[in-house]
Design a protein around this ligand. Structure first.
Ligand code: UDP
Ligand code: MG
Length: 304
């Protein structure tokens, strides 16, 4: 299953390679689910043309852009195969790896085989470094073992796919959700290619959002951080109070204006910081109480 957002240049080649690779593993017994996540270019036209000309294609058009993780969820909910491969539309993850991944799945008797990137071609130094640091920090912060350097390129059994599709949470971080399901999950090391066409749909602002979703959704460390900050502040208050008492009694110094200002600022900073973390959580609770549908399907088109 493939989430596609403004990927008109890749669709034909993507389907050609996916079809070949799926055919090698399962003969004609496969389907390729393509979710058009509200693209503004000719992505839907390309998908819909493929459903008319080729076999085994299901195109799903969402009513607007819902974001990568929700598009992926929509695709999983439509996937009926015994095994489901999640792959990006830009061919950064080679579809030909399906066959070795299926082998690993059988050999390890696993429910999930996740692609773990050895190298990432054609990506900026900043992107690879920030991703690498992010994955490691997240691993530290979360109680789940979320694998490092793994994206959404994954082979999973249908039961895992349906479990993920049914999870109602809104700010989705699928890698973490898959890790939370349990069962046996095996890594598969591979080299990530450069994009076949177009450019990344994850600019810095989306990456930061995604990272925040991951941190808030999968760890309560941030909440604890604000308590740790408060505890630190308490220590500081005790020290400063003892010092001022001591000066008042023995040193005859006028309490300094600057130290007052600094402590005031530091205190307000910590208060604001913890408030903002709490409000992030409350904002999410608020949104999820609305119970809006996670995604809305505009059309579904199947090849004959
Ligand atoms: N994508 C999507 N909706 C979005 C953004 C991205 O469906 O709002 C798809 C995109 O078409 C691609 C995949 O998600 O198939 C991963 O995006 P991209 O390749 O741009 O991310 P990167 O590999 O650069 O991290
Ligand atoms: Mg990509």
């Amino acid at each position: 299953m493939v989430p596609c957002y403004n990927e008109e240049g890749s669709i034909a080649e993507l389907i050609r390679r996916c079809r070949q690779s799926a055919f090698d593993v399962a003969g004609n017994d496969f389907e390729i689910v393509l979710v058009d996540d509200g693209s503004a270019d000719g992505t839907w036209q390309a998908i819909s043309a493929e459903t008319e000309h080729g076999r085994n294609i299901i195109g799903m058009k969402l009513s607007r852009n819902f974001g990568h993780q929700v598009a992926l969820t929509a695709g999983l909910s439509a996937a009926t195969g015994e095994l489901v491969l999640v792959i990006d539309a830009d061919l950064q993850d080679p579809p030909e790896l399906l066959s070795p991944m299926v082998e690993v799945m059988k050999r390890e008797d696993a429910d999930v085989v996740y692609g773990q990137r050895k190298t990432r071609a054609g990506e900026s130094w900043f992107k690879t470094r920030s991703a690498s640091i992010f994955y490691r920090l997240l691993k530290q912060a979360s109680s789940l073992s979320i694998p490092v350097d793994a994206g959404d390129f994954r082979l999973m059994t249908n039961r895992v796919a349906q479990l993920i599709a049914q999870m109602p949470e809104r700010d989705r971080f699928i890698r973490g959700m898959v890790a939370s399901v349990g069962f046996k999950q095996a890594p598969f090391l591979y080299d990530r290619d450069r994009r076949f066409s177009g450019e990344t749909k994850y600019p810095l602002s989306k990456m930061v959002h995604f990272a925040i979703d991951a941190c808030l959704g999968f760890s309560s460390t941030l909440l604890r951080l604000s308590s740790a900050a408060a505890a630190l502040l308490l220590v500081a208050i005790v020290v400063v109070s003892v010092y001022s008492l001591y000066s008042w009694l023995y040193l005859e110094v006028v309490p300094g204006w600057s130290s007052l200002m600094i402590s005031l600022l530091v205190a307000s900073f910590f208060q604001l910081a913890s408030l903002s973390i709490i409000s992030e959580y409350i904002g999410r609770i608020y949104l999820s109480t609305k119970n809006r549908p996670l995604f809305i399907v505009d059309k579904i088109k199947r090849s004959g």
